[in-house]
Design a protein around this ligand. Structure first.
Ligand code: ADP
Ligand code: 5GP
Length: 206
């Protein structure tokens, strides 16, 4: 994907399971104009999750057909399930000037970085491992074994932090949401092609 073709910005949010990515993304969507990309997954829905809103829940066969049809911007296997970002919708939104946020795992984020190096990569960290365990346990959707697997992955995941542009520690939720919103605003103030166009207009006016 070529940045010049797309007016919207692509934000990629990753971090350990339970760090609060979903919670922060929900607030971002509610409180800004950023739109979230709904991923496709082969995992079973958790209580309260809605098909087409939380994820597009699908079978492994359907997921594989989508891979063959080159329908994903990226896809990855995470904790034994498949997850993928539907490509066409993301490209359509970006070309309409809409900012898009992908809440995806680190493998997926690294793939996006290759395809779209101008993406803005944000890593969400928990304030401590004890708090992370508490949050995953509190969510009540994983078995003890699944929780331990997610916690053991965390140290491996944080070793990729240098591939990201920003890091936000999600201790107090309001503070973390404010920081992520500030990143979105700051990224829209970067010196860019649009600014050069504005300067050209100044020259014409003078
Ligand atoms: P992730 O999407 O990273 O797996 P979630 O957004 O599902 O994480 O959050 C995991 C749990 O932690 C949820 O129950 C959520 O309500 C809670 N949570 C998220 N952020 C905070 C925070 N700053 N303080 C306390 N609890 C939080
Ligand atoms: P969960 O099952 O807890 O919703 O998500 C598990 C992990 O999969 C999280 O790290 C989440 O960010 C990641 N994930 C969700 N959607 C996608 C996706 O489309 N692509 C990739 N690569 N990871 C995803």
């Amino acid at each position: 994907m070529d940045r010049a073709e797309h007016a919207g910005k692509l934000f990629i949010i990753s971090g350990p399971s339970g760090a609060g990515k979903g919670t922060i993304c929900k607030r971002l969507v509610e409180e800004t104009k950023v739109e979230i990309s709904v991923s496709m997954t082969t995992r079973n829905p958790r209580p309260g999750e809605i098909d087409g809103v939380s994820y597009y829940f699908t079978s492994k066969e359907e997921f594989c057909r989508e891979i063959e049809a080159d329908g994903f911007l990226e896809h990855a296997e995470v904790y034994g399930n498949y997850y993928g970002t539907p490509k066409a919708k993301v490209i359509e939104k970006l070309s309409q000037g809409i900012d898009v946020v992908l809440e995806i795992d680190i493998q997926g984020a690294l793939h996006v970085k290759t395809a779209y190096p101008d993406g803005i990569f944000i890593f969400i960290l928990p304030p401590s491992m004890a708090e992370l365990r508490k949050r995953i346990t509190g969510r009540g959707s994983e078995t003890e074994e699944a929780i331990n697997l997610r916690l053991s992955q965390t140290l491996k995941e944080v070793s990729y932090i240098d591939k990201y542009d920003y890091c936000v520690v999600n201790g107090e939720l309001e503070e973390a949401v404010a920081r992520v919103k500030a990143i979105v605003v700051a990224e829209h103030s970067r010196v860019s092609q649009n600014i050069y166009k504005l300067i050209e207009q100044y020259k014409e006016e003078v």
